[in-house]
Design a protein around this ligand. Structure first.
Ligand code: ADP
Length: 191
C-alpha cells in the first residue's frame, strides 16, 4: 500500500501524470476537482453549493473537501493505495489529511510537487480554456485561481518539507521525463 499526493499549480499536469501513475501502481485516483465537477453536473446539494465558488476561481471550503475525501475513502477501503490529485490544497487540509490517514490506519508517503512558473501555468490554462469547456478556464478566473494558489496552496509545501515528505519535480519537462522522475521517487519509497 502506497498513498501519494500530486501537488502543483493549476495546469501543472497533475491529471496527465495521475493517469499514468494510476495504471502503473494500480492506485485509486481521488481528484477533488473531478469529484466537484461531477457533483455540479448532477446538481447534487454539494454541487450546487460549490458551483458559484468554483466559477469565481475561489477554493471551496476545507470542510466540504474533507467530507468528500472521507466519504470516498470510506466507500473504497480495500484498494492498493490512494492517489490524491488536487488535495491537500490548504495547510488545514494537509493537517486534517494526517488525521484521516491515521484514523484509517494508513500513511501518506509523499507529496510530489510538479513545479512550473506562473507564466507557463497561465499559458497552459488559457490554451486548455479554448477546448476544455470548463467555465473556470477564462482569463479572469485563471488569474484568481493563481492568486488563490499563491496565497493558500503554496504553504502546503512547508508542511511536507518539515516532515521530509516533499518531493519537487520539474513540471516543465516532457511528460515521459516527468513520469520517470516521479516513478523513481515512488520506487525508492517502496523499498
Ligand atoms: P486546477 O486545474 O485548478 O488544479 P481542479 O480540477 O483541481 O483544478 O479544481 C477545480 C476547482 O475546484 C478549484 O479551482 C477549486 O475551486 C475547487 N477545488 C478542487 N480541489 C479543491 C481543494 N482540495 N480545496 C478547495 N477547493 C478545491
Amino acid at each position: 500500500m502506497i498513498n501519494i499526493a500530486l501537488f502543483g499549480p493549476p495546469g501543472a499536469g497533475k491529471g496527465t501524470q495521475a493517469d499514468l501513475l494510476v495504471k502503473k501502481y494500480n492506485l485509486f485516483h481521488i481528484s477533488t476537482g473531478s469529484i466537484l465537477r461531477s457533483e455540479i453536473e448532477e446538481e447534487t446539494p454539494l454541487g450546487l453549493e460549490a458551483k458559484k465558488t468554483i466559477e469565481r476561481g475561489d477554493l471551496v471550503s476545507d470542510e466540504m473537501i474533507v467530507r468528500i475525501i472521507e466519504k470516498t475513502i470510506r466507500s473504497n477501503p480495500n484498494v492498493k493505495g490512494y492517489l490524491f490529485d488536487g488535495f491537500p490544497r490548504t495547510y488545514v487540509q494537509a493537517y486534517i489529511l494526517e488525521g484521516i490517514m491515521t484514523r484509517f490506519n494508513k500513511k501518506l508517503c509523499c507529496l510530489i510537487s510538479l513545479e512550473i512558473s506562473e507564466d507557463v501555468s497561465a499559458k497552459r490554462l488559457l490554451e486548455r480554456g479554448r477546448t476544455s469547456g470548463r467555465s473556470d478556464d477564462s482569463e479572469e478566473v485563471i488569474r484568481k485561481r493563481l492568486r488563490e494558489y499563491n496565497d493558500k496552496t503554496l504553504p502546503v509545501i512547508e508542511y511536507y518539507q518539515k516532515i521530509n515528505r516533499y518531493f519537487p519535480v520539474n513540471g516543465e519537462d516532457s511528460i515521459e521525463n516527468i513520469h520517470s522522475q516521479i516513478t523513481a521517487i515512488i520506487d525508492k519509497q517502496m523499498l
